[in-house]
Write a protein that binds this ligand. Structure first.
Ligand code: ADP
Length: 449
């Protein structure tokens, strides 16, 4: 087992990884930009190293600085968290080349799934169903027209290197295709340095359902069930549930069997998530994330498995030590992503937290790096807390969520807590009756006060 792990991240996820290390008796090294000198992940780590100025490019994405920090402190492994370098195959290669262990999949698998076209082709060859669309890159407008005519409008033009909900353009009708195609390519080039795009049928009422898997280096692959992440704004998740209100145990087992056998065949290792759109009883694969996800706690709550601990154990070469049939799904869990944003306009609201009170009690977990007096910097993602609740049934989890949201106090800055309070009181949400388009309409229709 590792003695010391460097955590190449910040905020709640750096703290989350640190907590797993502590529980395992592993020492931790925090890295931070000058903007984060007072951050909680720095305060609680065994050691910390400043790796650069506030812009992420010069600090949290600065590979030479991070490798130097690991070398100086004598760390033997690096956990990348999510975002930043977590899906950067070159980083995984550099880490290994310096004799350190990258806590994640192989660089080869990160590369394979990082290109969404390669990911889809690979999955299709392994028998995983896809959304109807182009076979690969769509090179010009004529090709785009042919694909759109074949699958039928509306269509979605997506960047092969896209991520974070960016790099997607819909074309409702044939007249819109040329504009959407050119814009999507230009945005892909500007945003990801790669203008390769592909086309998918645009689904009008799907749910986003994803499967969490764990695979060790001894050929064992298990799934930890699904998460329903249909509540999204601008293709970004806002609230997630485990399990999905619309899947039963049989559907979960069937999907789980499909994904675990596919990943076993390519020899995948560590944690991963396969994302699907689910409509009219059919699953269609859209992408795979080769890292820990923001919403992983809901899976931990229903399975009792610590995903970060498992990532670390797998990276150290240990066996999972349990089979699919040993994994039990108990109760229901819901996570709210709480952002430092105005809950009506969604403008970021960096600044000083004048008071902070986290909810507690049975079935409540808060993953956050906030504290009273902390100044939320303007340089990074606005996610500042995750509230996760767990109860025996979905209605009981919703009641607990409402109670926890009422207790939660973050003063001094605006957060999206009021938005979550409104969602929880909505009859559609309570009935589990929503698609990926629901929240966008809810946000736009709500009266503002
Ligand atoms: P990213 O990597 O940017 O997260 P994804 O491919 O995972 O992109 O898609 C993000 C979200 O965009 C999905 O959860 C879904 O809400 C929406 N989306 C993606 N593909 C489609 C599609 N073919 N039809 C409708 N919505 C889609």
């Amino acid at each position: 087992m590792f003695h010391k792990i460097l955590i190449a991240n910040r905020g709640e996820i750096a703290l989350r990884v640190q907590r797993a290390c502590r529980d395992m008796g592993i020492r931790t090294v925090a890295v931070h930009s000058t903007a984060d000198a007072e951050a909680m992940h720095v305060r609680l780590a065994d050691e910390s190293v400043c790796i650069g100025p506030p812009p992420a490019k010069e600090s949290y994405l600065n590979i030479p600085s991070i490798i130097s920090a690991a070398t100086i402190t004598g760390a033997d492994a690096i956990h990348p968290g999510y975002g930043f370098l977590s899906e950067n195959a070159d980083f995984a290669d550099v880490v290994q080349a310096h004799g350190l262990t990258f806590i994640g999949p192989t660089a080869e698998h990160i590369r394979m799934m990082g290109d969404k076209i390669t990911a889809k082709t690979t999955m299709a060859n392994l028998g995983v169903p896809l959304v109807a669309g182009s076979d690969g890159v769509v090179n010009d407008l004529a090709e785009a027209r042919a694909v759109a005519d074949r699958v039928g409008y509306p269509v979605l033009i997506k960047a092969a290197a896209g991520g974070g909900g960016r790099g997607m353009k819909a074309a409702a009708r044939a007249e819109d295709l040329e504009d959407a195609f050119r814009t999507a390519r230009a945005e892909a080039r500007a945003g990801f340095g790669n203008d390769a795009v592909y086309i998918e049928k645009y689904l009008d009422r799907p749910r986003h359902i994803e499967m969490q898997i764990l695979a060790d280096s001894h050929g064992n692959v298990v799934h930890l069930g699904e998460r329903d992440c249909s509540l999204q704004r601008r293709h970004q998740k806002v609230l997630e549930e485990a399990g999905s209100p619309v899947l039963d145990a049989r559907a979960r087992d069937a999907l789980g069997e499909t994904v675990t056998s596919a990943l076993a065949r390519i020899g995948y290792r560590n944690a991963g998530t396969l994302e699907f759109l689910y409509q009219d009883g059919h699953f269609s694969f859209i992408e795979m994330n080769t890292r820990l996800q923001v919403e992983h706690p809901v899976t931990e709550m229903v399975t009792g498995i610590d995903l970060v601990r498992e990532q670390i154990r797998i990276a150290a070469g240990q066996e999972l030590g349990y089979r699919q049939s040993d994994i039990r799904f108990e109760g229901h869990a819901i996570e709210c992503r709480i952002n430092a944003e105005n809950p009506d306009t969604f403008m970021p609201t960096p600044g000083r937290v004048s008071a902070f009170h986290a909810p507690g009690g049975p079935g409540v977990r808060v993953d956050s790096a906030l504290y009273q007096g902390y100044v939320v910097p303007s340089n990074y993602d606005s996610l500042v807390a995750k509230l996760i609740v767990h109860a025996h049934t979905r209605p009981a989890a919703i009641a607990r969520l409402r109670r926890a949201l009422d207790e939660f106090a973050v003063l001094g800055i605006d957060t999206t807590i009021p938005l979550h309070r409104r969602i929880v009181d909505d009859p559609d949400f309570q009935a589990g009756n929503y698609t990926i388009h629901w929240l966008e309409r809810f946000v736009n229709a709500e009266p503002r006060g």
